[in-house]
Design a protein. Structure first.
Length: 364
């Protein structure tokens, strides 16, 4: 069947990515994450594989790490111990007002009064995830207890609201009667939906970072609320994002400096968080719609880490579990910090959930 006919048969335009090949995707390897972590938390940056201790810690990355480790099925004791470290970091980041610090120095002192809005949203996402999927009962209870103060979250920023929405959705999957989480989910997803209605096809003039989290949050909220309009809006945004970030047979993501459709492509440096966010959003779309095209797209996004990208470069090192910090035009950034490494691990976790799909099936 031709690509155009496949697109028509499934209701997807012909710009959809073609069938992916059977490129091997490894299972997550946590060795580098362990190397980046000490008793306080995960260090933010690395020089190649060595933690850059002069660059300290942040709640953003420890919340990301908490999420990734909690998602790992049947984690060994060593990963449970990592989850405990990351959870303690996030809990210690709380301020008296119910917000979170973000920046912490090597001595363990907080160096800000309150962190960025994004770090607030990520903290709630991590806590919602540990409440649902924490490897120990005590961790799950701690996540639930912490969520009692989530009403303190209030942000006008799109991605911060997306992160908080995803955290509330995780909490509600485990505790459907959690009133605080339900209120948070309605408030934050409503702000995203309002922004999406006011500006079409995308609620911003430029793509910036972690773009696919925006439709993913609407999909998560819509699924929980049974709100078809939210789901439809999320799918519309995600379809547009797939189209705008596709090039031939692979994804071509917005660079770190941002990108608009009027600008030349491909753009560099491309960041691992873009690929992982796309994989996660497409997987969530598949889980809601059962449309296999979304599963294929999720795998395609994961394969960006394996060299299916604009430069043909591999970013994930299956021997160490580290992921390069960025894709450049003819090379990769060889530093493997926390954000990129966690994005690589999360992408492989998504791929593991897609293993039953026939990657040569030609679904578009």
């Amino acid at each position: 069947m031709s690509p155009d006919k496949r697109g028509a048969a499934t209701g997807h335009p012909s710009y959809s990515l073609p069938a992916v090949n059977r490129t091997a995707i490894p299972l997550p390897e946590f060795g580098h994450l362990r190397k980046l972590t000490d008793e306080k938390g995960v260090w933010e940056h690395a020089r190649i594989l060595a933690p850059r201790t002069e660059h300290w810690f942040c709640t953003d990355d420890n919340a990301r790490a908490l999420l990734v480790v909690c998602r790992q099925p049947s984690p060994p004791a060593a990963l449970e111990d990592l989850a405990s470290i990351y959870l303690r970091f996030v809990l210690e980041a709380r301020t008296g007002s119910g917000h979170f610090h973000n920046r912490r120095n090597a001595a363990g002192a907080w160096i800000d009064d309150v962190g960025s809005d994004d770090s607030q949203g990520r903290a709630w996402w991590g806590l919602g995830t540990v409440a649902r999927m924490g490897p120990r009962h005590s961790m799950r209870l701690a996540g639930v207890d912490a969520f009692a103060t989530c009403a303190s979250f209030d942000s006008p920023h799109l991605r911060a609201n997306a992160y908080a929405t995803l955290g509330a959705a995780e909490m509600l999957l485990a505790h459907p009667n959690n009133a605080a989480a339900a209120q948070l989910l309605r408030r934050t997803s409503g702000r995203i939906a309002d922004a999406a209605r006011q500006k079409i096809p995308w609620p911003e003039d430029r793509l910036t970072y972690d773009n696919a989290r925006v439709p993913e949050a609407l999909l998560a909220a819509g699924a929980w609320l049974g709100n078809r309009r939210l789901i439809a809006t999320g799918l519309r945004l995600l379809e547009w994002l797939v189209r705008i970030e596709s090039s031939d047979d692979h994804f071509s993501f917005a660079p770190a400096a941002g990108w608009s459709p009027a600008e030349a492509r491909p753009g560099f440096d491309q960041q691992p968080i873009e690929a992982e966010a796309m994989a996660a959003a497409c997987y969530r779309a598949w889980s809601i719609t059962s449309d296999p095209v979304w599963r294929i797209r999720a795998i395609s996004a994961v394969q960006w880490f394996m060299g299916r990208n604009d430069s043909g470069m591999v970013l994930y090192d299956e021997n160490t579990g580290g992921t390069s910090d960025g894709l450049m035009e003819r090379s990769v950034n060889e530093n493997r910090g926390a954000e990129s490494t966690l994005a690589g691990l999360a992408a492989l976790q998504i791929a593991a959930m897609c293993t039953t799909v026939d990657l040569g099936a030609g679904t578009n």
